[in-house]
Design a protein around this ligand. Structure first.
Ligand code: SF4
Length: 421
């Protein structure tokens, strides 16, 4: 039987010849990601952990990234408990504060590989589809049980084929593509589906694919995936992973899909998701009277080197508007270092930007730039729910790094095509 990517990879992991949508399979994922929520997760199975220990010290990837450095006594205690857990159980893949946002770290360290199944107690675990993994978020109780048993169950999802054609115009980026798609199919348009990207995708770098896969969950997807090609192979080689280390999974030609969606990139323009849902999408040039107080470039969606590079190309030699605060958060220490070496950080700081440590920053509204009532933030993040970044009377708009940089110059939402030379 011809199978989709999800059907095939879940069959592999379930030791079945084939699977069909709706089937429940028991799987042993290659890795389980947890972050600052690890303390809350291990608490659920404290007694069992003391008695039996973890299933495997290689299974868990733990990254401290959400509130780093600790912003309160409570978060400091949480971090301490996690470090103690890591030492006690000899957890192999632990990344302490300052290493970066968990999803970036997982990919950068070569832990997400083509053909692998990864689960995580964070909804944006779907990001690793950028390199051909099946990856998905699960809840904390499931994560706790996985730590103990090494296995869990999954329902095989239906699949949606997204067929891309055409090419991006100047000033239009991967973020605009995914906002365009989510605006079209809605925040629930792919609920519990596996979304596969086909067609003219070779124009997307791994950074671009990361942005698109990362936002899969914003349309309800279980996972979101690009298939391995020369771009993926080159990227993996650049981080020290040879082809012999992975076995890509690609869907069969005759696989059947719940839906096929066609998008012509020639029709995509700079887009902005308006408050308070990600699918409330409008072209940037229709929002030019909206005043912004805080601009944020970073997060697991758009904090990579190419994102900072695009922002720097717009801000070079210019000053941001005096009424705007511009926050820059490299997605990892490695990206921060590369951006410093290339002079990108210098340009961003010269323009008036403020650099925060590699991590989630104010994305989840816990620290480092929360919003007051009545304030508006234009962010490169992936969520704009009410109260997500502080006050529930603040507003969050989402856009590409180029749109955020252009807006930081003018204070009102700006289509980056107006400032790109
Ligand atoms: Fe979640 Fe934001 Fe951190 Fe990404 S950057 S993992 S969306 S809190």
């Amino acid at each position: 039987m011809e199978m989709t990517f999800a059907e095939k990879i879940l069959a592999n992991y379930a030791n079945e010849k084939e699977t069909i949508p709706g089937q429940i399979v028991t799987v042993q994922p290659a890795h389980l990601l947890t972050h600052d929520n690890t303390a809350a997760i291990i608490q659920k199975v404290d007694e069992e952990l003391n008695k039996y220990g973890v299933y495997s010290k290689n299974l868990s990837i733990i990254v401290l990234d959400h509130v780093i450095p600790a912003a309160s006594e409570k978060t400091a205690i949480n971090h301490k408990k996690i470090r103690e857990f890591v030492a006690k159980h000899d957890i192999k893949h632990f990344y302490d504060v300052g290493e970066g946002v968990c999803h970036q770290v997982v990919v950068e360290k070569g832990l997400a590989l083509p053909g692998k199944l990864l689960l995580g107690s964070d909804s944006h675990t779907c990001s690793y589809g950028a390199v051909g993994s099946f990856s998905s978020g699960i809840d904390r109780t499931e994560a706790a049980s996985l730590m103990l048993t090494g296995q869990t169950w999954l329902k095989v999802p239906q699949s949606i084929k997204v067929h891309i054609k055409g090419s991006l115009s100047k000033g239009v980026y991967a973020k605009d593509v995914i906002l365009h798609i989510i605006g079209d199919i809605s925040a629930s348009g792919a609920t519990y589906c596996s979304v596969e990207y086909h067609g003219e995708v070779e124009q997307f770098s791994v950074d671009d694919r990361f942005t698109i896969a990362n936002m899969g969950v914003e349309m309800g997807a279980k996972n979101s995936v690009f298939f391995v090609d020369d771009i993926t192979k080159q990227y993996l080689k650049s981080i020290g992973v040879n082809e012999s280390a992975y076995s890509p999974v690609i869907p069969d030609l005759g696989a059947s899909y719940m839906q096929t969606l066609d998008y012509d990139l020639n029709n995509v323009v700079p887009m902005v998701a308006c408050p308070h849902t990600v699918d409330n999408v409008k072209p940037a040039d229709q929002l030019e009277d909206i005043e912004i107080h805080q601009c944020l470039i970073g997060t697991c969606t758009n904090g990579r080197l190419s994102d900072l590079e695009i922002a720097a190309s717009i801000l070079k030699g210019k000053k941001i508007h005096k009424n705007v605060r511009l926050l820059i958060i490299p997605a990892s220490k490695q990206i921060f270092q590369e951006a410093m070496q290339k002079g990108i950080i210098q340009v961003l700081v010269d323009s008036g930007g403020m650099v925060l440590p590699p991590g989630c920053g104010p994305c989840l509204g816990a620290h480092q730039g929360v919003l007051s009532p009545g304030e508006r933030c234009l962010s490169t993040a992936n969520r704009n729910f009410k109260g997500r970044m502080g006050s529930k009377d603040a507003e969050i708009y989402l856009a590409s790094p180029a749109t955020v940089a252009a807006t930081a110059l003018n204070q009102t939402i700006t289509d980056p095509r107006e400032v790109i030379e």
